[in-house]
Design a protein around this ligand. Structure first.
Ligand SMILES: NC(=O)c1ccc[n+]([C@@H]2O[C@H](COP(=O)([O-])OP(=O)(O)OC[C@H]3O[C@@H](n4cnc5c(N)ncnc54)[C@H](OP(=O)(O)O)[C@@H]3O)[C@@H](O)[C@H]2O)c1
Length: 261
């Protein structure tokens, strides 16, 4: 899809990948509607040009307000980037369900409901793009982010379902699977702390700008999946082809990470 002139609604746009997406889509001539909780950071990212709607997207009325305000201002949403997301560094066997529910409310239900809210207009125009910013963790369960992985696997399934349902309506659905991106994600989690040894994997990290460029190019070519970086495919394919071997490797890495090695 050509991005210039399109109305793009980006969630989690106050920092990290979402703020970088705002920049990547603005450069391509998009009109922006930005959502997240922090009003002041959204204003900064929006540079006085974008429509800004602060609020907590775990709340259904905030999701509705974000879409209503965008339709009032621009009359349409052409591209929805469901990027807002949060992590949880607690083992599945011990995780407090309240935190798990809150994570799923943002990572899965907010993304699904926002898609449902923008779809009537897209169907009428027989055109639109929905982007789900998932994670490589949705394709291989990372033991240090186990229930976050579960939420992203659920998001991937929602995206797969919508892609098939919406194909006759001319609406594309793209799943984004970033690896390690340098943002504040690790310090914003709902519980737990990243294992001590994780810092050394920062050498494989990509920047938020790199991730946002991959997302914008993915929308331009109506990609099914955007893997950022592309080398993530190697790990995903290995996990599919050799699941038991992958389990053993992940268990070993997890033990080393816990010991800070
Ligand atoms: N960083 C990574 O290594 C990585 C890897 C794979 C996938 N991802 C995914 O990429 C996406 C962006 O992550 P990031 O790295 O940019 O994280 P981040 O820097 O923590 O940014 C998260 C964004 O979501 C917003 N947000 C959080 N909770 C919210 C809520 N309840 N309601 C509304 N907005 C909320 C935050 O803004 P406010 O605090 O202002 O609300 C912020 O704009 C997420 O879906 C994440 O799961 C990240």
């Amino acid at each position: 899809m050509e991005i210039s002139g399109k109305v793009v609604l980006i969630t989690g746009a106050s920092e990290g990948v979402g703020a970088a997406c705002a920049e990547a889509f603005r450069r391509r001539g998009a009109r922006l509607s930005l959502a997240a909780r922090s009003a002041s950071r959204l204003e900064e990212v929006g540079r006085g040009e974008a429509l800004v709607t602060p609020g907590d997207l775990t709340e259904a009325d905030v999701r509705r307000r974000v879409v209503e305000r965008t339709l009032e201002r621009f009359g349409r949403v052409d591209i929805l980037i469901n990027n807002a997301g949060v992590g949880l560094y607690v083992a599945a066997s011990k995780a407090p369900l309240e935190a798990v529910r809150r994570m799923f409310e943002l990572n899965v239900f907010a993304a699904l409901e926002l898609a449902q809210l923008v779809l009537p207009g897209m169907k009428e125009r027989h055109s639109g793009a929905i982007v789900m910013v998932s994670s490589i963790a949705g394709r291989m369960t990372l033991p240090w982010l186990s229930l976050y992985s579960a939420s992203k696997a659920a998001l991937d399934s929602v995206a797969d379902a919508l892609r098939v349902e919406l194909k006759p309506d001319g609406i594309g659905v793209t799943t984004v699977a970033p690896g390690y991106v340098t943002t504040g994600f690790q310090s914003h989690v709902l519980g737990g702390r990243p294992p001590a040894g994780l810092a050394r994997y920062q050498r494989f990290a990509i920047s938020a700008g790199h991730c946002a460029e991959a997302i914008a190019r993915g929308v331009e070519r109506n990609a099914r999946t955007v893997m950022a970086p592309r080398s993530g495919w190697i790990a995903v394919l290995a996990a599919r082809l050799f699941p038991s071997f992958t389990d053993r490797q992940l268990a070993r890495i997890n033990r080393n990470l816990e010991q800070g090695e």
